[in-house]
Every structure is written in structure tokens, then in C-alpha cells.
Design a protein around this ligand. Sequence first.
Ligand code: BG6
Ligand code: MG
Length: 219
Amino acid sequence: MIRACIFDLDGVLVDTAKYHYLAWRRLASGLGFDFSEQHNEALKGVSRMTSLDILLDVGGMRERFSQAEKEELAARKNGWYVDYISRMTPDEIVPGVVRFLEDVRRAEIKIALGSASRNAPLILERTGLAHFFDAIVDGGMVSAAKPDPQVFLLGAELTGVEPAACVVFEDAEAGIEAARRAGMRSVGVGTSRTLAQATMIIPGFEGFTVKDLTERLEK
Ligand code: BG6
Ligand code: MG
């Protein structure tokens, strides 16, 4: 029985990776090194400060900055990122997502957000998705990042659904592992081989229904 669907945001409901990339690349460029799209792959699903450490490693300069300086660099990147996402529109919702969320609602299944991003509320507001959610858990509400299960366990608690009746939708390996540690089933969204640990995998939401979900999970 599925009683709640918990969605990751970046890379599942909206494609914000391109904006993260533009902002991180600008930061790297200011520090004097290149940051490629391939490097950016390693930041998906990773918290802001850990992303910064990975980026500074690419430039070989992680040790050069104090914690306070790193906070300042992350804040600078976030300022640029917020500029981009402030201009987002509903057109940037991943195809098939709105129809699937409507289907979930019709089936009287709760909907929660479980995102590592502190910017999640702004993105939901800009894209017009906020009204679908019974509970929103963002990066500012948890103390441990995925693969820690905290973000999904809080989502379950806020919707009043036990973990075993929750399904997590994720595009990142750390998120699939967080779902497993939370005692929840998971749907890997995308084609990446890193999703192999998910309970099931879908390429995207187009044509995907709650009936497909329940049939495949309860097989
Ligand atoms: C995750 C993204 O959802 O949120 C990561 O996949 C990002 O790329 C993380 O670093 C934190 O986001 P923010 O918006 O708080 O910097
Ligand atoms: Mg994601």
C-alpha cells in the first residue's frame, strides 16, 4: 500500500542542474580555473558546502580557504544561483510531472518534498508547484545531508505516513541510499547507472501513472 510519495526536487521535478552549473562555473572562473559540465555531475544531490569542497578540489585549492572564506564563496555562488531561479517559470517543470502529481492527488496519496536545497521553496513558488504539497522539507530543515535518511523521515512524519508506506522519487545515488536507510521504497528517475539500487527505475514521468507505480512496486 502506498500512502505517500516523497519527491526530490532538483533533477526530478525541475532541471536546475544547469543553473547550479552556471553559478559554480562562474565562481571557479573567478578563482582562475575551469569547471566542466562533467565535473558538475559529481555535485548532483550533494549539499552546498560539500559541492564547494569538490569544486575547490578540482582547482587544487581546498586547503587555501578558511571556513569563513568558504562560507563567503558559497554565499556568492548562491547569490548568482538565486538570480537564475528567480526567473524560472512553470515551463521549466520536467515533462509529465504535473499530470503525474494530479494523478497522485486523485488517488488520495499524500505528496511531500524531500530536498537538500535551501532554495526549494522559491523554486516551488516560481514554477507554481507549491500547491501540490502536503509537506515540504528543504535543506534548511535538516542537520544531516543525504544519504542520511533525515530529510525523508521528516517528510513521512509531517504527512503522518509510516516509512514503509512511502515511496521516494530520486535522481541521485545518495538519495536512493537515503530512502533505503529510511526503510522506504524508491523510484530512480533517469537513465544513470548509479540508480541501480532503486526499487524500480523510470526514464521520466511522461506516460507514467499511479497504476503503473503500484503494479510495479507490488509485484
Ligand atoms: C540538491 C542539488 O538538490 O540541492 C545540489 O542536487 C545542491 O546540486 C543542493 O547543491 C543544495 O542546494 P542549494 O540550493 O541549497 O544550494
Ligand atoms: Mg536531485
